[in-house]
Write a protein of this length. Structure first.
Length: 249
């Protein structure tokens, strides 16, 4: 059985007040048993969040990492630094990083490997643009992104990653993929993994991301191949994020 995972990606948003509000709400939270909830704030908030969340079930994630351990990389943050500050998960290959910061598959792979090397769980983000979907290329694009990474990992490493399917046209647009659209692609990702190893396909945790909110989460999370959500905008409102976590039980 795959444990549901709800991750809130704050992107370049958030505040000390939001951290405090999450800490208070989730300290008294009656979350469904056996679910993982991860908050992914910008770097400067990580340490404050670690303290504010110490009496809550919330775990910490980071939005990116540099592939190097340390050194002359001004402005960058390494996996070992994140680990030292209590981070358990890290996003790699988010479409905003692929598009705005031109991260290639190769760079995404290097970051993912650095995450595994430092004992962080990478959440690999993949997804097609609207143009690619309209051209009927969704499955090709998504499986190429997944395949690039999977083909380069050792069998035991493949078991240590989480994959988030995030159609680019659904991110921050209010236009969610229908549960059927999301399920179709995610079943395809899982079937593809079976080509490596049937038990990997069974164990792999798959998240949906793209305008998931308190109203549509339950229906998306009810799909057989959707094990959780990567939530952007709705993770900036404590009550909405809490409601999404409730629907993951
Ligand atoms: P969204 O963002 O929920 O605001 O669409 C999701 C994401 O980018 O991870």
């Amino acid at each position: 059985m795959r444990t549901p995972l709800i991750a809130g990606n704050w992107k370049m948003n958030g505040s000390a007040a939001l951290i405090e509000s999450f800490g208070k709400t989730f300290a008294s939270a009656a979350l469904p048993a056996n679910i993982d909830v991860v908050v992914i704030p910008p770097f400067p908030y990580l340490d404050a969040a670690r303290h504010a969340f110490s009496n809550t079930p919330l775990q910490l994630g980071a939005q990116t990492l540099n592939p190097h351990h340390s050194g002359a990389h001004t402005g960058e943050v390494s996996g070992s630094m994140l680990k030292e500050f209590g981070v358990a998960y890290v996003l790699v290959g988010h479409s905003e990083r692929r598009q705005l910061y031109r991260e290639s598959d190769e760079q995404v792979f290097d970051r993912l490997l650095a995450a595994l090397d430092t004992g962080l769980t990478p959440i690999l983000c993949v997804g097609e643009t609207l143009e690619e979907r309209d051209a009927g290329r969704t499955m090709d694009v998504v499986l190429r992104q997944v395949g690039y990474i999977m083909a380069r990992l050792a069998p035991e490493q493949r078991l240590q990653i989480v994959i988030a399917y995030e159609p680019v046209w659904a991110i921050g647009t209010g236009r969610t993929a229908t549960p059927e659209q999301a399920q179709e692609v995610m079943a395809g990702i899982r079937a593809y993994q079976a080509g490596f190893d049937a038990s990997l396909a069974e164990q792999l945790k798959l998240l949906y991301g793209g305008s998931m909110n308190a109203s549509n989460a339950a229906e998306l999370l009810a799909q057989p191949d959707i094990d959780g959500g990567l939530v952007g905008g709705a993770s900036l409102k404590t009550d909405d994020f809490y409601a999404i976590c409730q629907s993951a039980g």
